[in-house]
Write a protein that binds this ligand. Structure first.
Ligand SMILES: O=C(O)CCC(=O)C(=O)O
Ligand SMILES: [Mn+2]
Length: 209
């Protein structure tokens, strides 16, 4: 797959690594896993080529549009239950395989599936949740890639309310890895903001057992 030259690939290996020192969690941020040029091209390709869906959520007894667009891609034999619906994955495309290959080489993990989120502006968001569906196994491994506008990824401990909420800005081309017991003890969200923001694509790669 030759989306980018070798020089660009080498450029992408100068990432900055931050290990978060949080109780009951294993969270690592790799900044600049993708170069700005790669990130820009990939974001554009994904916006154009992914089969985006506008799913609904039930709130206060009413069916409303989810505040973002989503998609689910991956290995054909790995369906996923999402809001009580079994979702069959769409087959990997070239851009997704390029991204998957980069992060897999980097962390030495094989991902089976990816859930994509398209935040069109600052009003799009994702509420508090943990990625703890049972098909993700005992200790889910979640590899999260971001392209476009920096959004604030917040984490809060589920039971120890005295632990302060954590803010992790996820910038263009960054990669956040959550593993170990993180999903048991912590929730995360992308809050909406009144600031004028442009779009962001997030991909959460998962291992479905
Ligand atoms: O957009 C993000 O960074 C978070 C996405 C997320 O939590 C999810 O897809 O489960
Ligand atoms: Mn999540």
């Amino acid at each position: 797959m030759n989306l980018f030259s070798n020089a660009e690939m080498e450029d992408a290996s100068r990432e900055k690594i931050i290990h978060f020192d949080l109780p009951d969690a294993d969270v690592i941020l790799y900044e600049d896993l993708f170069t700005k040029k790669e990130a820009e091209t990939l974001q554009k390709n994904l916006i154009e080529k992914i089969q985006w869906r506008q799913d609904k959520i039930k709130m206060f007894g009413k069916l409303l549009d989810q505040p973002r667009l989503t998609a689910f891609y991956g290995d054909a034999n790995k369906p996923y239950s999402y809001s009580g619906i079994m979702m069959a994955p769409v087959d990997w495309n070239e851009d997704l395989l390029f991204i998957k290959n980069r992060i897999e080489k980097f962390v030495n993990i094989r991902f089976t599936s990816v859930l994509l989120n398209y935040y069109r502006d600052g009003k799009d968001s994702m509420g508090w949740h943990a990625d703890d569906e049972k098909e993700l196994g005992q200790n889910p491994i979640i590899g999260s890639v971001s392209f476009g506008e920096t959004r604030n990824f917040q984490m809060r401990h589920k039971t120890q309310k005295e632990i302060k909420k954590v803010d992790i800005p996820l910038s263009n081309g960054s990669f956040l890895l959550m593993k170990g017991a993180t999903q048991h003890f912590w929730q995360h969200q992308i809050p909406k903001t009144s600031r004028e923001l442009s779009s962001r694509i997030n991909l959460t790669f998962r291992v479905i057992l």
